[in-house]
Design a protein around this ligand. Structure first.
Ligand SMILES: Nc1ncnc2c1ncn2[C@@H]1O[C@H](COP(=O)(O)OP(=O)(O)OP(=O)(O)O)[C@@H](O)[C@H]1O
Ligand SMILES: [Mg+2]
Length: 274
């Protein structure tokens, strides 16, 4: 049975401000889901809350993987359940090389009972796996010896994301490609990487305005979020293509309540003019 990531009636606040207001979404292993929505609608918030970012508070509803509630789990426990944590915190850790980082990350996911100070996954085995994976993804061998994120270009960050995906083999990858200002090379790295890695073992929730990503990886489902709620879910990628071509006006027309809430929220943000 494919694993199921289930989001039910999810309400999330940052400080006092409610941002997600009743999100329902189900992603199964093996499926690609596109999540669309205008700027500020709550897409990144959903990605952050899925991986357990402390700033975002769940005030109602639940996130489960095969019935296991994620509420009290920290990010590394979520990773062990098969959730991919990519680059939500693109930190530079002084002195940590790409290969070291991956070896620790893999050990956490594959050997969950390991105690502090116990052995990491074997060096020889790890090296071989890393080399094979990098070959397969056409990533230069030198890349593994770079310091994590230090001076990484947009394209190199994406290479790291795909390499991590390939090594960690998560059940669910949440990819927020929205605000990263990717050039077309970087978009190609992600598009081709996901296409290579996609299969029955992986479910993907892809947050993106890049049409190319969806062309390379046609979604099984498309969802639209507006003012913190998923207002439409449809099979296939037609809805995504329509939005790329025509924008969100039609979506807003179909959902006047959320469209009005969106307007009200953006008014609140405007600085007072008096
Ligand atoms: N840490 C935070 N502090 C304050 N407000 C926040 C925070 N995170 C998100 N918000 C607010 O929540 C709303 C949703 O933001 P979010 O980043 O989830 O939107 P988005 O759909 O990802 O937009 P974009 O398409 O621009 O990436 C916005 O109004 C944003 O200002
Ligand atoms: Mg965003």
């Amino acid at each position: 049975m494919p694993a199921l990531l289930k989001i039910e009636d999810l309400h999330v606040s940052v400080g006092e401000t409610p941002i997600l207001r009743g999100v329902n979404l189900e992603v199964r292993q093996g499926e690609i889901h596109a999540l669309m929505g205008p700027n500020g609608s709550g897409k990144s918030t959903l990605a952050y809350v899925l991986v357990g970012h402390p700033k975002y508070e769940v005030t109602q509803g639940s996130i489960t993987i095969d019935g296991v509630d994620l509420a009290d789990l920290d990010p590394s426990e979520r990773a062990r359940l098969g959730l991919f944590l990519a680059f939500q915190y693109p930190v530079t850790i002084p002195g940590v090389k790409v290969a070291d980082f991956l070896r620790h990350a893999i050990t956490n996911v594959r050997n969950p009972n390991r105690k502090e100070g116990e052995e990491l996954i074997g060096m020889r085995e790890f090296r071989k796996e890393l080399r094979d994976t990098m070959n397969e993804l056409n990533i230069d061998a030198d890349f593994a010896r770079r310091y994590l994120n230090e001076g990484f270009s947009g394209g190199e960050k994406k290479r790291m994301e795909i390499l991590q995906l390939a090594m960690l083999r998560p059940k669910f990858a949440i990819l927020d490609e929205t605000d990263s200002g990717l050039d077309s090379d970087a978009v190609r790295v992600v598009s081709e990487g996901i296409r290579k890695l996609m299969g029955p073992h992986m479910g993907v929730l892809m947050i993106t305005h890049h049409e190319r990503l969806l062309e390379f990886n046609p979604p099984d489902f498309t969802h639209v979020i507006l003012a913190g709620r998923v207002v439409e879910s449809a099979k296939g990628g037609d809805l995504a293509h329509d939005i790329h071509a025509n924008g969100y006006a039609a979506v807003r027309e179909r959902h006047p309540v959320e469209a009005a809430e969106e307007q009200a929220a953006s008014k609140e943000k405007e600085p007072a003019t008096t």
